[in-house]
Ligand binder design. Structure first.
Ligand SMILES: Nc1ncnc2c1ncn2[C@@H]1O[C@H](COP(=O)(O)OP(=O)(O)OP(=O)(O)O)[C@@H](O)[C@H]1O
Ligand SMILES: [Mg+2]
Length: 333
């Protein structure tokens, strides 16, 4: 095959969405450049190919070439594509919740095997639970582990546009995600529930909800769709039924709180007198996000005092300050 035939094959395979041929042809061309000792050219091409198709999930990533959908009236982007590099160990949850997430990952990885039995991996997942318990974080982690970019959709961004535009916006979002393989997160999904009592917007919101549910039902893509809310009781059964799995994020128990403190304080030396059991008891009712904040403040205190070792006092003070802050918040309600 001549070089120009090779390029032609590249174009045709791109046009036919034939990922295997596309990659094979591109590789062949790169090999030819290497044989000609055009090392810099070959490296440049390899890098470009890597950016186009990625290392893992080669075939899946390749489809994604649509422009990001925008709101017709105001022109703002309706979604954001995000990349993360977290590892699963940085997510600290009860064993049960973690097992449910692991299962979702396994089903997706083995989707081909399931398909031979005419079974599908879990595709639509609802994450519920208090603020700061790790719902958004979990989806970022799944995106990291599967090495698939996250499509982040703030539900309120879609809804806050002009009345009547909303359905169109949703359609655009679904068209985009159906065209590729993504980890999709409809975050702050509770806007649907929250607005139910608001008479002025009631009709419109109801239409949006129905629209969303229909699109969810008809969704055919190769992605995993997550929706996250911290007002699960506002969602009615029609919504619940649509999901293949509902995962509930509880506030951490004592053992999990201890693990969270140890995790978020791992980058500093600890005084021997630090009693993690006591710290875990004192932080009852706090979320992982709260604990992270307390840990960071405590570390900063030690560092600002020019100490390389964290003391029990740093931690206790930080917890007290945090709780005092929460009291102000509650008092203002
Ligand atoms: N289970 C967890 N393990 C480790 N870190 C956590 C966990 N949960 C939350 N965090 C930390 O707190 C941050 C905020 O959490 P996250 O945004 O995931 O909360 P959320 O459940 O989505 O809350 P909200 O309902 O307010 O959206 C995370 O980015 C992470 O750093
Ligand atoms: Mg969140």
């Amino acid at each position: 095959m001549t070089n120009s035939e090779l390029i032609k094959q590249l174009f045709l395979s791109f046009n036919n969405k034939d990922n295997d041929t596309f990659i094979q042809t591109a590789r062949e061309y790169i090999e030819r450049e290497k044989r000609k000792k055009h090392t810099i050219v070959a490296k440049g091409l390899e890098k470009a190919l890597f950016q186009t198709v990625g290392t893992a999930n080669t075939q899946r990533r390749f489809k994604q070439s649509m422009p990001i959908p925008r709101d017709t009236e105001k022109g703002f982007p309706l979604l954001e594509i995000q990349h993360f590099e977290h590892n699963f160990d940085s997510l600290i949850l009860s064993q049960d919740t973690k097992a449910q997430l692991e299962r979702i990952i396994r089903e997706f990885k083995d989707a081909d095997i399931l398909a031979t039995y005419n079974l599908s991996y879990k595709k639509k997942i609802l994450l519920c639970g208090k603020p700061g318990t790790g719902k958004t974080f979990s989806v970022q982690i799944i995106s990291s582990i599967l090495n698939i970019p996250l499509v982040y959709i703030r539900f309120d961004a879609i809804i806050s546009s002009y009345l009547g535009e909303t359905a169109g916006n949703l359609r655009k979002v679904f068209d985009f995600i159906e065209n590729g393989t993504w980890i999709v997160l409809f975050d702050e999904f509770d806007i649907i529930g929250k607005n139910r009592d608001d008479n002025h917007e009631h009709g419109e919101i109801k239409r949006v909800v129905n629209n969303f549910l229909q699109m969810l039902d008809n969704f055919k893509g190769d992605s995993i769709l997550f929706a996250a809310t911290n007002h699960q009781n506002m969602l009615d059964s029609a919504i619940w039924r649509r999901f293949d799995a509902v995962i509930n994020y509880e506030l951490p128990d004592e053992l999990t709180r201890k693990q969270l403190f140890q995790h978020y304080l791992r980058s500093i030396k600890h005084d021997k007198k630090i009693n993690f059991e006591k710290v875990a008891t004192d932080s009852k009712g706090l979320s992982p996000a709260d604990i992270k904040m307390i840990a960071i403040e405590a570390m900063k205190t030690a560092i600002l005092d020019s100490r390389d070792t964290l003391s029990m006092n740093d931690l206790e003070t930080s917890i007290k300050q945090f709780i005092a802050r929460e009291t102000i918040k509650l008092g203002n309600k």
